[in-house]
Structures are given as C-alpha cells and as structure tokens.
Design a protein around this ligand. Structure first.
Ligand code: LLP
Length: 402
C-alpha cells in the first residue's frame, strides 16, 4: 500500500504552522522512487528527478540520498542541485529558449547538457568541438498529454528539434565535431498510455542508429498520476516490462549497450503533497453556495490554469452531511478551485485539504495581490519539520527601492 499522511497529522501540522500550508510526505516520495526504479530494474536506468515540480532543497536532498539524478531547466535549479549535494554527472540541464551563455555556464559546471535548438547546437559545437558530448532533444511529432498546455511533443510545440530535421543535426556533427551522446524526448505530462511511450521509444531508437557515439536514450517524464476519484495512473509495471523488452531486443540487434534516462516530476512527488487551507467564509447566493478559503491561485494555480481537478476534503468535519459548493479563493479575480463539489458540510474555520499537491503546487505559486507564499513542511520519521517558513510583509518589500 502506498503511504499516506493521516488527517490527524495534517491537522496537527496546521495547528503548529497555520494555513495555508504545503505538507510533503517523505515516505511517499521514497516509495514512488522505489516503485519506479523496480519497474525498470532490467535496464541500465538513471532516474533524474524533474525538480521544476518541487524544488525545495530539503526535497532535493531526499533524492540525492536515494542516489537519483536531477533534471534542471534553469541555472538556478542547477545551483540548487549542487547545493543539495548532487554530483555534476548526476545533473542534466534541459533548458529551452535560453542563449548560448547559459550553456557555456552549464559546461563550466560540468553537468550534462541537453540541447533543443539547431543554432545552439552549432554554436556549442563551434566552441567545444568533440570535447563536451551532449544530449539532443528531439520533437517526435507526437501529440499526447493531459491537455494542450502540457503537451510538448507535437509538431507545433516550441520544444525540441523536429525529427524531420535529423539530417541537419548530423550535418552539424560533421561540421563541428560535436559528439551526440544521447537523444531525448518528452512528449508531455500526464501520459497514461504505454503505447505513447513505446511509439516515442521506437522513433528514438531508429534515429539513434545514425549517431555512432550514442549510448543514452532519455525518455523524459510525464507518467500520469491519478487526480480524480477512481482514476488510474500509468501502469508503471507494464510500462517497465514493455519498454525493457524493446530496449533489450534493440541492444541485442545492435550489439551495443544503452543507458536509459527518465526525468519524472509528478510521478515522484505529486501524491506526496497536501495543500491545507482554512475555510474563511460561506456565502449562499440564489444559484450557488460558495466556500471561500484563505488561499487562491497565487498558491495553487493548477485548477485555474489547466482546469485541473484536485480532490478536496473537509478534514475537520469528515462525517458532516454532504453539501455542494463552489470552492473559491481570496484573490481579486475569479479563482475557482472547484465547481459544484460535494464536501462534508463546511463551517468557517474548517480545514480543507487538496490532495495531489506536491507537484507544480508551491512551485508555481506567486505573490499576486501582495499576499505571501505559504510555508512548506516535511513529514518523516522525525515528525513534522518546517522546510520553508511562511513569507512576511518584509519579504514582499525586500528589494524594492523604499
Ligand atoms: N522533462 C521535461 C523536458 C519536461 O518538460 C517536464 C515537464 C518533465 C520532464 C516532467 O514532467 P512530469 O513527469 O512532471 O509530468 N505544470 C504542469 C506540468 C508541466 C510540465 C512541464 N514539463 C502541471 O501542473 O500539470
């Protein structure tokens, strides 16, 4: 059984640290990592945690201790990873739309570099020739993912170098001597179908035959986790078996060994996270009942930005009669967390818990309406620990010319 945090502990955390509050379950993070590693244990696999999902350095340290790698999309994320103790060889820098200076800096830090643009590949090759092998991100022209905003592998996406431009990559290799040690693809987030991963893998394996120095295939992240009640996520065991068979057969046919890299975010941390808010007001108008909470899209934007569904539970009144509410935030915009949601009767002061809030929750938070960002706590064998304090008015003013 996957570990979860009890309502008693969640309520205790809100008593100690107030709301709104993000709570993360270390045991669950470890469980997700172990499950994923086990599913691919027939392969030479490296899991790079996509830390854009949740970059608190205390969470990064858990992955570092587990022996994971880490996927970073900005130089600051690379700096976080280094401070968390990751070896540069365990860090991959996968930016997009950044200029060559960022790649030069990443090279000086000796991390793995993933290039997703022909011009940058050429500039990088001209600077470093064959001295710094790189991974190249391919756009496989596959449309997949929970919704269009989180689909990255389709033909109109800004990400990657089109698979139709493979010859141009090879020309740059010939001209500059740059060594392509790996090919990468990431088709999108919340992908459930094993077939989508298999199609991507087939394309990449076929293309990899053209690169003589290649021994890495990076299949990105995007494993679906269940958000709605009765929904299922990707079947990670089936995925592991299917991909492992394919890769093992490829290795045998090509007489070479392949390292397989993954970079999941959601799968590793989403279900380990809980977002706790307090009901501030109730309002009945002629058409709806509203429950307002002490948060808004400044703290959890997924419902508004992606129409994402998060289970919400009234953990202060779990046996209360079921009633239907619109759950709304306190931002001066229409920030609706949930429409027509059945909850156990909500009273002012009750704690509403949003499930599956570990990935892209705190990480996408902002200070909109001059509200501070919430605290983050980690629950583990040592109890409940504060890993980021709540911001203050002084934090909001800091840096402004007063
Ligand atoms: N690798 C690359 C190159 C990516 O662009 C991403 C996510 C990942 C790995 C990790 O994907 P994951 O395993 O977490 O699905 N904010 C959105 C998700 C956007 C993901 C962006 N890239 C959300 O909250 O649904």
């Amino acid at each position: 059984m996957a570990p979860t945090i009890s309502n008693e502990i969640l309520l205790a955390a809100t008593k100690e640290f107030a709301t709104p509050l993000y709570v993360y379950d270390e045991e669950r993070i470890r469980y997700q990592y172990a499950t994923l590693s086990r599913a691919f244990n027939k392969l030479d696999v490296n899991i790079f945690y996509a830390c854009k999902a949740l970059s608190n350095i205390n969470v990064l340290r858990i992955f570092q201790q587990l022996g994971a790698g880490i996927d970073c999309v900005s130089l600051n994320e690379v700096q976080f990873a280094l401070r968390a103790g990751f070896d540069p060889a365990k860090i991959i820098f996968t930016p997009n739309s950044v200029s060559i200076e960022d790649y030069v800096e990443a090279r000086s830090l000796q991390v793995n570099i993933n290039i997703d643009n022909l011009h940058i590949l050429k500039q990088f090759g001209e600077l470093y020739g064959n001295t710094y092998p790189v991974v190249v991100r391919i756009n496989p022209h596959i449309l997949a993912g929970g919704n269009i905003k989180i689909s990255t592998g389709h033909i109109d996406s800004k990400f990657g170098i089109s698979i139709d431009q493979a010859e141009q990559i090879l020309d740059i290799v010939t001209e500059t001597g740059v060594v392509v040690k790996g090919l990468h693809l990431h088709t999108g987030s919340e992908i459930k179908e094993v077939e989508v991963f298999l199609n991507g893998l087939n394309l990449i394996l076929e293309l990899s035959k053209k690169f003589k120095d290649l021994d890495i295939i990076d299949l990105g992240g995007g494993f679906k986790v269940p958000y709605k009640p009765n929904e299922t996520g990707v079947n990670i065991q089936e995925l592991g078996t299917t991909l492992s068979e394919k890769i093992t057969a490829f290795e045998a046919s090509q007489h070479k060994k392949i390292q397989v890299w993954f970079e999941p975010g959601k799968y590793l941390v989403s279900e380990a996270g809980y977002f706790l808010t307090k009901a501030t007001i109730l309002k009945e108008n002629p058409t709806r009942s509203f429950v307002g909470v002490d948060s808004g899209f400044n703290h959890l934007i997924r419902p508004m930005f992606y129409d994402a569904y998060h289970i919400i539970q009234n953990i202060s009144n779990p046996n209360g009669a079921l009633k239907t509410y619109n759950v709304v935030g306190n931002i001066c915009e229409t920030d609706t967390f949930a429409w027509d949601r059945e909850l156990n009767e909500v009273r002012p002061g009750d704690i509403l818990c949003f499930k599956n809030a570990g990935a892209y929750g705190f990480e996408m938070s902002s200070r909109f309406n001059s509200r501070v960002r919430p605290a983050e706590v980690l629950v583990n064998k040592n109890g409940i620990q504060l890993i980021r304090r709540r911001e203050t008015l002084e934090d909001l003013l800091e840096g402004q010319v007063l």
